[in-house]
Write a protein that binds this ligand. Structure first.
Ligand code: FES
Ligand SMILES: [Fe+2]
Length: 349
């Protein structure tokens, strides 16, 4: 399973933060190696099509979009936001061809909590009738903020493991504004299976994070969850207030992964400090990016088998197990069953 670079289809992926796609505009992206054209209609509705004209294959992104239909730049065939052909200029009025049967593939696409999500089936496959739910923010959030989107030069597996890896913090993220290596201590956290993943059950945040100390007031708890394909949600409650950090990983292809970081908060102080927090968030992600670049240097050439050791790496093993079970369920046309154990993990960080 490890190092096979397999990508998971038939799941929702964050394509991009919603504000990056304006009304009447389209934007091309590669997602799981497939060319996807995203667009937002005049009415503000988002859509996603295969970026390919079924006539002679020119990508539709080179065409014109009037907020309703995309006109291919080669022979002017037009497609609506469902991918249906609406016009073929070269046809004579007498021609009886039913052009509505001509289609470019459309992907399920929704905007939730300010993010645009696309459901990605395997190439050349139909979208299943029943779609899983989009894992939205655990509480209703009005204040939304995008922190950053960064491209990691690695397969999603390494990106996920880096995201859930509890023991790199004191080394990669040691900074005056976050934590020092000296504050390392034994941690014990309870985990439980949930949905397509697992969660670190509600706990008091570790006392060595300076950021928590500034927020003050009320009881503080944190719940961190991970869900396939690569979604990490950290929900911090302070009294009646909430902060939610959502990290979404989306493979561009087998060797490149995009990371989108969002922050939602109901705390007035957090929203005032937003520009500063966004700076810290970006710095944090850059630290992860730098270590991934170094790791890729080490992994180029022959592909050594790597080690996952002790409780600190247990979440990485769980990820591989979830992935294997998900792929098997898909192959056998069976519903996915989460077989992870409930377990308390202990590590130093
Ligand atoms: S290739 Fe698109 S209209 Fe001909
Ligand atoms: Fe990190």
């Amino acid at each position: 399973m490890q190092n096979d670079k397999e990508l998971l289809h038939n799941l929702w992926y964050v394509a991009l933060p919603g504000h990056q796609l304006r009304v009447g505009k389209m934007l091309a992206k590669k997602i799981l190696g497939q060319d996807v054209l995203l667009g937002r209609t005049q009415e503000g509705k988002v859509f996603a099509l295969r970026d390919f004209c079924p006539h002679r294959g020119v990508p539709l992104r080179y065409g014109k979009f009037d907020g309703k239909e995309i006109e291919c730049c080669y022979h002017g065939w037009c497609f609506n936001s469902e991918g249906k052909c609406t016009k073929i200029p070269s046809l004579t009025p007498e021609d009886k061809t039913d052009i509505s049967r001509i289609k470019t593939q459309s992907f399920p696409c929704r905007e939730v909590d300010g993010n645009i999500w696309v459901f990605v089936p395997p190439p050349k496959s139909r979208v299943p009738e029943q779609l899983p739910e989009i894992p939205s923010s655990p509480i209703t959030m009005t204040k939304f903020s995008w922190v950053d989107s960064v491209t990691f030069p690695c397969n999603i597996d390494h990106a996920v493991i880096g995201l859930m890896d509890p023991s790199h913090g004191p080394f990669v993220h040691a900074s005056w504004w976050w934590r020092s290596q000296r504050s390392m201590h034994l941690k014990e956290k309870k985990f439980a299976p949930v949905g397509y993943g697992f969660k670190m059950v509600n706990h008091k945040p570790s006392s060595n994070s300076r950021a928590y100390k500034i927020l003050g007031g009320g009881e503080k708890t944190t719940e961190i969850s991970f869900q396939l394909p690569g979604l990490r949600t950290e929900h911090i409650s302070i009294g009646k207030h909430h902060i939610v950090l959502l990290t979404a990983l989306t493979p561009i292809d087998a060797d490149t992964t995009e990371l989108h970081q969002f922050m939602y908060s109901t705390i007035p102080l957090v929203n005032i400090l937003k520009p500063l927090l966004v700076l810290f968030g970006k710095a944090f992600i850059r630290q992860d990016l730098e270590i991934v670049k170094k790791q890729q240097e080490g992994l180029s050439g022959d592909h050594p088998s790597l080690m996952l050791l002790g409780d600190a790496d247990a979440q990485a093993l769980w990820y591989y197990r979830l992935k294997k079970d998900f792929l098997e369920a898909q192959q056998n046309n069976m519903p996915f069953e989460n077989r992870l154990p409930e377990k308390t993990l202990r590590w130093c960080s």
